[in-house]
Ligand binder design. Structure first.
Ligand SMILES: *Cc1c(COP(=O)(O)O)cnc(C)c1O
Length: 453
């Protein structure tokens, strides 16, 4: 019989106690299945770790957001922010729901075309658009959002070589009472730069100024900030009409609504503190409706919501590698996924749940990833029951940005699975392999001879 390893005893405060407003922290609800599919079978079929997305949840969240805006304003259009999650299967769910595409790079632009999005339903943002991509976007009647004066001058130069008026908007940055202001993108409202750019575009007669755009930040906790942003865009739009006789067709309020994740260092769980999508919709739509646009000139309201639409549909399933008692007495637990796959653990305290029945006794733990790096910490401090090597866990609300910002570092990127509305799992991205990795490498001839070392 194997001898049990000695573990020194530890005296700790019990976490048991009455239910508080935030639930009983000692009560551990295991998450054994996702949309009816057992975690165990997902890991058996697709490996560990594995990202799992719920199509049902994506559609539910999207419809809730769309309803919040469409019940308050007659002309609303969402455009899926590709960089938030550009797996084609995910983009297609949003496109099926009626979303346009919002892209910030040439390859995302091509992805949107490949997903069948018509050119005139693609919004092209970002400070670094390549000339050939811009030419294609013009040809396809896409909406080009100009970021800075050099881009404006480049576009004007392109206009002299073609027989077509590009459809454009400018990105506007502004003081919305939340600091620091994101002033590195777009033209400033307060100092007159935005108005200056608008005037240049309209007076050139070479482009069609159709919209005004802003993206005031990300994970914005203030709904009123969007009221200020909408008001400033409306002010520019009205001046465009009265002073330049150029009515504005659409106002694009960008993204930035928070998801229900808890930011690191936050005192309360996010779900209890963030404004709802209804709060944002109410502020934005009442502000626009408060301006005296004629009924038939009411601008289309575009939203480029990213993380708030996909975060809660994403799960990372993983396994315990080992337990480790730290010198300071705390329990450390090593998982088979690290910060390389879970990029958002740098700013969120992600919820982690055991995936099987477990003890109700919890202990404060540090959750480590498997990388040989000190920074590979998923949670600095979390109450979990003791888990055994091989046990599974579920990390919640990881659908946004992880599948675009993940790194192939020490470990390969894992598989991604989408569970459809009927509860059927589909692998939508294979786990990476050494072969895939080395496909991009080239060894010069003089280094190809293998030597004995
Ligand atoms: C990233 C980005 C978005 C999406 O932002 P979220 O904070 O995820 O909603 C929208 N618009 C632009 C221009 C972006 O860069």
């Amino acid at each position: 019989m194997q001898k049990l390893k000695y573990e020194r005893p530890l005296i700790k405060k019990m976490n048991a106690g009455p239910m508080s407003k935030f639930g009983n922290s000692a009560c551990m609800q295991p998450v054994t299945q996702i949309d009816g599919v057992p975690v165990k079978s997902l890991i058996a079929q697709f490996g560990s770790p594995v990202f799992v997305l719920s199509e049902k949840q994506i559609r539910r969240t999207y419809r809730t957001a769309a309803r919040a805006f469409k019940t308050r304003y007659p002309k609303v259009q969402f455009a899926w922010s590709y960089k938030t999650n550009y797996l084609n299967a995910v983009c297609q769910v949003f496109h099926q729901e009626g979303s346009w595409a919002e892209v910030v790079s040439g390859f995302e632009y091509y992805k949107a075309l490949g997903n069948g999005v018509p050119g005139n339903h693609i919004i092209f943002n970002g400070p670094n658009k390549k000339r050939e991509d811009v030419l294609l976007a013009i040809e396809n009647d896409s909406l080009i959002h100009i970021d800075h004066f050099d881009e404006l001058y480049n576009l004007l130069a392109i206009c002299n070589t073609i027989n077509k008026k590009p459809r454009v908007a400018i990105r506007v940055n502004m003081d919305i009472g939340v600091y620091p202001v994101w002033d590195r993108f777009g033209f400033n409202y307060e100092n007159g730069q935005a108005w200056n750019a608008i005037t240049k575009i309209v007076e050139s007669g070479k482009m069609q100024l159709e919209g005004l755009h802003c993206h005031i930040g990300t994970f914005m906790l203030s709904a009123s900030a969007y009221g200020i942003a909408a008001a400033k865009l409306c002010d520019l739009a009205q001046r465009c009409k009265t002073q330049l006789y150029n009515p504005i067709q659409y106002l694009d309020l960008g993204g930035g609504f928070p998801s229900a994740n808890t930011l690191k260092g936050a005192y309360l769980p996010s779900a209890d503190t963030i404004p709802s999508v209804d709060d944002f919709a109410e502020v934005i739509t009442t502000t626009i409706l408060g301006y005296d646009f004629k009924q038939d000139e009411l601008p289309l309201l575009i939203l480029e919501t990213g993380r708030a639409l996909i975060d809660d549909a994403g799960y990372l399933l993983g396994s315990v590698v080992a337990n480790k008692r730290l010198n300071d007495g705390r329990q450390g637990i090593i998982m088979d996924f690290g910060v390389n796959s879970l990029f958002t653990s740098f700013w969120y305290d992600h919820k982690i749940s055991p995936a099987q029945e477990c003890s109700q006794h919890t202990e404060n733990m540090v959750v480590y990833g498997p990388l040989c790096m000190n920074i590979d910490v998923i949670r600095e401090s979390i109450n979990l029951p003791l888990l055994n090597p091989g046990d599974h866990v579920v990390v919640h609300k990881v659908g946004a940005y992880n599948l675009t910002q993940w790194m192939q570092f020490i470990t390969m990127r894992p598989a991604v699975v989408l569970i459809d509305e009927q509860g059927q799992p589909h692998q939508i991205r294979q786990p990476e392999t050494l072969e895939y990795l080395e496909m991009m490498e080239q060894v010069p001839a003089h280094l190809q001879q293998k030597v004995q070392v």
